[in-house]
Every structure is written in C-alpha cells, then in structure tokens.
Design a protein around this ligand. Structure first.
Ligand code: ADP
Ligand code: ASP
Ligand code: MG
Length: 597
C-alpha cells in the first residue's frame, strides 16, 4: 500500500462534473489500496475573479486582506470534492491549511512553509479517510491563526511539502496537459511530452515561464528526493517524471527555509572575449557564435548588453586553451561588423586572460533577491570589482580579476557558511541520447530597467540590488556593459536587468532616488519585452547550441536585445511583439516537435 499525495489544479476541478470525475479517479485509486491526501486549487479561474474584485475596490489592497480573500477559493473546492467523495461512499474530510497545521512565515502573499504538523492528517488517514487539503494556504503561527498564501500557483508547493512531511511514496500533480511538454502547448501546439526531466532543468523552465509547476515545488522535491510526476487529470497516461539526485538527509523543520547557498564555485580556467560596438540588428550574435562553433569551441557565459547609438557589446567566456581560437574568430569577424555601413569603424575586440569566474549556487535562492545582493555586497566589502554578472534562478556567477579569486572565494565561503569552494559541478549522469535542449519557455511578464553611467567601482551592484532586495524585488538577467565611459573623470558602465512587470515602477522609483545619491545617469524602463529561454542539462560541451538559438531568431528577423546564460540555460530578451514568434521559431529550430526522449 502506498501513501500518495495528489494535487488537482484549477481546471481539473473547474466544474461540478470535473469535481465528480476527480472524485471517481480518487475512489479508484483508494480501491487499489492506496492512502490518499489530495490537495486542490480553487475552481477554474476563481482566484483571478477574486483578484479582480479586490482591484475594483483598491489599487493597492493590503496583503493581509488579499490572503484572507484569495484563500477562500480553495475552501470551496475542498468542501465540494469531499462531498463528491462521500457521495461515492468514500469517507473523506476537507481541511484548510490552518486545520492541517501548515505553518508558514509571516509574509503575506508569498509565505514559505516552515513546518507541517502531520498528526491530524495521519489520524484521518488511519481512519480510512481521504484527506482533502486546501492548497496555496497556511497560517503564520499556530497561535493567532493569521492566514497566509504561498504565492500564485502555490498549490503545487503545498502538495510536495505535504508529501515530504508525510514521507509519502510519491507526489502526483494532475493538470490540464498530459505532463511537462517541450514548451507551452497554448503557444506552440506541436509541443511534445517529455517522459522525464531532471529537477534542475524543470527548476529553470518553471522559473523562466513554464507555469506548469511552481518552482518552489520542484525545489522541495529535489531537496527531499520526493518522486514527483506531472500528469493529466483527463487520461490515464503516465505523464512526466521529475527526477532528483539522491538528497542529503534534511530536517522537516524550516522546510522551505533551507540553507540558501549550497556551494561556492570558482573557475580560473576561463578567458573573456568581448566585441564592442557591433551593430544592433538581427543576425549578429548568430554569425559570431556560428563562427565560434565551427571551431568546436564551447562557450560558457555569454552576455550582451543594452545598446547605445545602435550598437551592442557581446562578451563571452571560453576555457583558456580555447582562447587563441576564439580570439582569431573574433578578429576575423570584426571587420564585418561595422556599426554604420558607411563608417570605417569596425567592432573592437577586447581580450582578457586574467579573469576568474566565481559563482554561488543553491535552489534555496529562488525568490530570495537578497542573496545575489549579499554576494555583491560581500565582494564589494573585500574590494573585488565585478566585471560581468550572469544569473539564473539557482546560480549567480560573476567574472572578476583572477588575482582576486582567492580573496573572493574566502569571503564568499565565510558569508554563506560554506566549508570550501569547489570547481564548477557539472552533471554528467544524463544519458547521452537526451537532446541538448529539452524545453523552451517564454516569459511575457518581465520589464527591463537600465541605469546608465554607474560609477565602475566595487559596491555599485551591491547598492543597486541590495535596495531592490529590500523591497523584495527579484532581479533576473543582470548585465553590465563592457565599455566604460568617462563622465567627469569617472569611469562608468551601464547596468541593465529584468524584473517582473508588477515590480518595474517601484524599482524605478527606488533607483531614481539612489541614482541622485551616487551620481548615476538616467533610469529607463521598458515593459514591452519578452524573454525567450532554452533549457537543457546537456548544453555544456555541446558547442553550437547558442549559435543555433541565435540563428533561429535571426532567421525570423528578430533582434536580440539582451543575452544571458548559465550552464543549463540561455535567455534572450526580445521585443514583446516578437515573443511568441521567437518561441515558435526556436522550438522548431531544435526540432522539439519531433523528439520522443
Ligand atoms: P493547474 O491549474 O493545473 O495548476 P496551470 O495553468 O498552473 O495548471 O499549469 C498548466 C498550464 O501550464 C498548461 O495548461 C500550459 O498551458 C502551461 N504550460 C506552460 N509551459 C508548459 C510546459 N512546458 N509544459 C506543459 N504545460 C505548460
Ligand atoms: N488558486 C491559486 C492560484 O490560482 C493557487 C493555485 O492554483 O496553485 O494561484
Ligand atoms: Mg498551477
């Protein structure tokens, strides 16, 4: 007999008929000998309807009252599902987050789960009941029963947290698609089902816009090694397994407040190549990285910064032994890149062999903007200047001067309580027949902010991102320009980054204030952007993946505004109007409609 936690999303319980169909499925499962805890979301789009009601009353409602309001949606569906089960003769009981004892932080609208008291659940399970639990909600403390919610889409997180706390055999997430697909089938109908995906890949996909799973749910499954499956509530197909490495034993106390940083990685075997003043038009990145890929050179970090007077800078890193080849390609291609067809000024190639890459990694960083800021602050305090920054949901990498590598490693290990730094950890266990690119995602809810003329001193990134972290604004795709510009005898650089659209205005207000104090230039905000990303754990060691991505965009005549990479993903910012077309072109270019693995 297995103990299984099942979760049904909004569409799966969107009508009385659907609730009855779900009850039938649960009933059959119990008959097969399983004990079930069932987590449900609010019916259909009812959470959106509640949000809409609140907006009609207030443009800025209190987070506490929003939690009070939104948590009611799930209370409806748990009661109805329990009734439907009882109608079938299946004993069942519905419980709210508070009744179960899902204790969270006191952070309204984005609370993390601290601990789940499983006594009441176990008692009911032992009595042969199916326990139907309201997803997405908890209480801030067991004394004052202050209702909290986990953030939109949070029922997935409730389910996996319950499974981990109950030490269930597995957690099944039932939804309106057959499982995890190569991309969103609403945007690309040819998207294919993946029978399996690693938790690391899913973590990136989920945080880059694939909302089929809440990233925090994937994080918990990965941390506790909880078998996780995503499948359709309409069929009996097996769905997609999310696989996790064997976890270290960890406590169920402070369940989601894990150690945020698991490792500090240093890589001194890197060199930087930058091309300055290349034209800002489709095809440029594609040409460059195609030429590099033809030499079989694997590129690690790639960043492309915001443009200035119709030109861009692209910088990338390669291993030291590949620098000569990469440099030769850059010099060979530079004359072709004239910023203005009539001018004789060609792109400038800049090489730096004295760099090191230092990164902090850990799934606990998700949604905690303070961690990147703490890294920048720690480096600044030690006098370490950051040359390039590249971020993913689970990693922040900085390129620094090689001479400062030991110092940087020491201060970061101390700040994040890591015993010692390691070389980059690359997961080689993935079967070689798995495609390099597993999935593509589109995020249309981002905005880009840029600050021009930031003094090029240690501490600037720390101040900027520290301030945003104080406002709980998560930042993604941080890019510093390669060129420095001298303003009033001070070397300055531009910094651009993306944030959630909802946070853009407040981020701009905070930064305008800062800009006045530290003497930066203008702050610009662009909400008409979209981010297209490719994800795959086998991208490392596959030269040409980046080139293929950029070529697909070039062929669709889509201009790339920003590029950022991590080991397992590459993201490009494009104009919002091109987002869907970009996603479709890239999905096509990697032949994801044809894969079966
Ligand atoms: P639920 O209500 O069951 O939680 P969601 O709407 O949160 O469902 O998530 C399921 C939706 O996620 C699908 O209908 C699909 O449109 C979207 N989606 C986005 N990316 C993917 C992907 N890579 N694979 C599957 N579904 C995806
Ligand atoms: N009902 C909540 C939402 O719509 C939680 C969930 O469905 O996961 O965000
Ligand atoms: Mg969902």
């Amino acid at each position: 007999m297995a103990l299984v936690v099942q979760k049904y999303g909004g569409t799966s319980v969107g009508s009385v008929e659907r609730i009855q169909a779900v009850a039938q499925r649960i009933y059959k499962n119990v008959r097969q000998g399983n004990s079930l805890v069932v987590v449900v979301s609010a019916m259909g789009k009812s959470t959106d309807t509640l949000v809409n009601l609140a907006q009609q009353i207030s443009s800025n409602p209190s987070r506490r009252e929003m939690d009070m309001l939104l948590s009611t949606g799930e209370q409806v569906s748990i009661a109805l599902l329990s009734m439907a089960l009882q109608e079938l003769g299946q004993p069942a009981i519905s419980l709210t987050g508070a009744q179960v004892g899902i204790v969270t932080e006191a952070a309204h609208s984005r609370a993390r789960i601290l601990e789940i008291d499983t006594k009441r659940l176990e008692k009911n399970l032992n009595e042969g009941k199916v326990v139907v639990v309201a997803g997405f909600q908890g209480v801030a403390s067991s004394q004052d029963l202050e209702i909290t919610t986990l953030g939109r889409g949070g029922s997935d997180t409730s389910a996996v947290a319950l499974a981990a706390s109950l030490k269930a055999n597995r957690c099944e997430i039932y939804t309106d698609v057959p499982g995890i697909l190569t991309t969103d089938p609403r945007l690309v109908p040819e998207a294919q089902l993946m029978p399996e995906i690693t938790a690391d890949e899913m973590l990136e996909l989920a945080s880059l816009g694939a909302k089929v799973l809440h990233p925090r749910a994937v994080e918990i499954a990965r941390n506790f090694g909880m078998p996780l499956v995503v499948l359709s509530s309409w069929s009996d197909e097996p769905g997609t397994k999310v696989t996790s490495p064997n976890p270290q034993p960890r406590s169920l106390k402070n369940l989601e407040i894990t150690k945020v940083v698991d490792g500090v990685e240093i890589d001194t075997n890197q060199s930087k190549v930058a091309l300055l003043r290349i034209p800002d038009c489709p095809g440029v990145a594609a040409n460059l990285f195609n030429a590099i890929a033809e030499q079989q050179v694997d590129v690690d970090l790639i960043i492309q910064s915001i443009h200035e007077a119709n030109t861009n800078d692209i910088a990338f890193t390669v291993t030291k032994d590949a620098l000569q080849q990469a440099e030769a390609v850059a010099h060979a291609i530079a004359p072709a890149f004239r910023s203005n067809p009539k001018s004789t000024e060609e792109a400038e190639v800049m090489i730096d062999n004295q760099i090191a890459k230092i990164a902090i990694s850990g799934a606990g960083m998700i949604g905690r903007p303070g961690i990147a800021a703490q890294m920048f602050r720690t480096l600044a305090k030690a006098g370490v200047n950051i040359q390039m920054i590249s971020t993913s949901e689970v990693k922040v990498s900085c390129v620094i001067d090689q001479g400062q590598c030991d110092l940087a490693s020491e201060v970061l290990c101390e700040a994040f309580e890591i015993a010692s730094s390691t070389l980059p950890i690359i997961n080689h266990d993935i079967a070689s027949d798995v495609p390099a690119v597993r999935g593509v995602a589109l995020d249309r809810d981002q905005a880009r902010l840029a600050i021009v003329n930031v003094p090029d001193n240690p501490g600037m990134a720390a101040q900027i991102f520290g301030l945003l972290a104080d406002k709980n604004i998560s930042v993604d795709t941080i890019i510093q320009s390669q060129r420095s510009r001298i303003i009033n005898d001070v070397a300055t650089r531009d910094i651009a980054f993306t944030v959630a659209q909802d946070d853009a205005q407040i981020a701009a207000v905070v930064l305008r204030e800062l800009a006045k104090n530290i003497g930066c230039g203008e702050i610009t905000v662009d909400t008409a952007i979209a981010k297209v990303s490719i994800v795959g754990a086998r991208m490392v060691g596959n030269p040409g993946v980046a080139a293929q991505f950029f070529s697909a965009l070039a062929a669709a005549k889509i201009n790339i505004q920003m590029i950022t990479t991590s080991e397992i993903k590459i993201s490009c910012v494009v104009a919002e109007e091109h987002g869907v077309q970009a996603l479709q072109s890239v999905h096509n270019a990697f032949e994801l409609s044809n894969v079966s693995s």
